[in-house]
Design a protein around this ligand. Structure first.
Ligand code: AMP
Length: 394
């Protein structure tokens, strides 16, 4: 059988990211973004090799944008499209792996939507439109939460009355599962270890960030929780705060839940600490020029990250290596080195030159001689979604 092609779709509330993945190629055949959907400025951009193009789609909705992008994908695949993989943020406890889309699985995705009220409805828009447009293609949902369904109960339960868990699903779910899964499997390959007999700490550091402990191919703990707000300092999310902050702000400042929600999700993290930007590149440049807020934001980001990694190590019985991935993890030698300064007790230390070399897509080992393995592994969530989709086709 010749290598198969999968179209990977990631729908937001006003955007659709897509990539055509061939199972035997690391690079995408074609990829693109439809954005500002539902507005007069709606536009579709795509790239195939060196060729780039865009097309205005005034007031197009998700279905109209998908109807435009499918012929582009089909042409790039020379008519050989074997399935569609949809990214879905939340699968609740219902999905511990990818699932073929049909009336039953769609109903289950709708059922867990209250756990991800911003994301799942947007994901569903794309799924429903794609299923109407391409009824004969196999379509699969791949969940950000599914990889973490292997967490033991002592890692996923909050210390709140058990009825909240049993009746309302209040527990830790974790996110970025597709990325944690992809890079930990890659790390095992790079280290000539069997994935199902290897042990990793993963730091996925992008605009959203999380850590994960992966043992024998299974997630054992992760820093995000019921929602992606828990855990690390992120671009605009606070990560962990004292849960009493809510009542403190309500009592002392009279703030509403909506205001506190916006504060913690949109105005905090690197942006809130620095008073400057949520973008790590901007902060690193500002730090060079002595910007106090940027310097503090970077210090807090790295210290909190190192604390989270040390905490994740409790879930492992052995450590084969620490993996950095995501826009920051793959590119920032500074963040990697400042984080590891706090982790010498785990025998983690970097080789300065190797650390500097592993940027812009260069993968490799960056630890100093005689120290625990540290790997930079570029993530590829689209490829993992395509692989999960192909596994169901098989
Ligand atoms: P992601 O969400 O994975 O696309 O990652 C976005 C984050 O990666 C932003 O904070 C970027 O500033 C950061 N990033 C990308 N390139 C670099 C770089 N060369 N140095 C530092 N941070 C970077």
């Amino acid at each position: 059988m010749s290598a198969r092609n999968i179209l990977v779709i990631n729908c937001g509330s006003s955007s659709i990211k897509f990539a055509l993945v061939n199972e035997s190629q690391e690079t995408f055949i074609v990829s693109g973004l439809a954005e500002r959907l539902g507005s007069p400025e709606a536009v579709l951009h795509w790239q195939q090799g060196e060729y780039k193009d865009s097309q205005a789609l005034p007031n197009a909705d998700h279905r109209q944008a998908l109807a435009q992008l499918l012929p582009i994908a089909q042409q790039a695949a020379a008519g050989e499209l074997h399935g569609i993989g949809h990214r879905v943020v939340h699968g609740g406890e219902h999905f511990s792996g990818a699932s073929r889309l049909d009336a039953t699985s769609l109903q289950a995705i709708r059922h867990v939507a209250p756990l991800a009220p911003l994301h799942n409805p947007a994901n569903l828009l794309g799924i429903e439109a794609a299923m109407k447009l391409f009824p004969d293609l196999v379509q699969v949902a791949v969940f950000d939460t599914a990889f973490h369904q292997s967490l033991p109960e002592h890692a996923y339960r909050y210390a709140v009355p058990q009825a909240l868990y049993a009746e309302h699903g209040v527990r830790r779910y974790g996110f970025h599962g597709t990325s944690h899964h992809y890079v930990s499997r890659k790390a095992a390959q790079m280290s000539n270890l069997a994935y199902d007999a290897s042990s990793w700490l993963v730091a996925h550091l992008g605009n959203g960030s999380s850590t994960c402990a992966v043992e024998n191919g299974h997630s054992r703990d992760t820093s995000m929780g019921l929602t992606p707000l828990e855990g690390l300092v992120m671009g605009t999310r606070s990560g962990d705060v004292d849960p009493n902050l809510h009542s403190h702000l309500a009592r002392t400042l009279g703030w509403s839940l909506e205001q506190i929600d916006t504060l913690l999700n949109k105005d905090s993290g690197l942006l809130g600490l620095s008073g400057l930007s949520n973008d790590m590149r901007t902060l690193e440049q500002a730090r060079e020029q002595g910007h106090a807020g940027a310097t503090l934001a970077i210090e807090v980001f790295c210290y909190r990250l190192s604390k989270s990694l040390a905490a994740m190590s409790c879930a492992l019985r052995r450590l084969d290596g620490l993996i950095f991935t995501g826009g920051i993890g793959e590119n920032s030698a500074l963040i990697r080195s400042k984080t590891l300064e706090h982790l010498s007790l785990l025998n983690l230390k970097l080789d300065v030159q190797a650390n500097a070399r592993c940027i812009r897509g260069v993968a490799g080992a960056i630890q100093a001689d005689g120290h625990t393995c540290v790997l930079v592994v570029p993530t590829n969530e689209e490829r993992q979604i395509a692989l999960d989709t192909l596994a169901l086709l098989d």
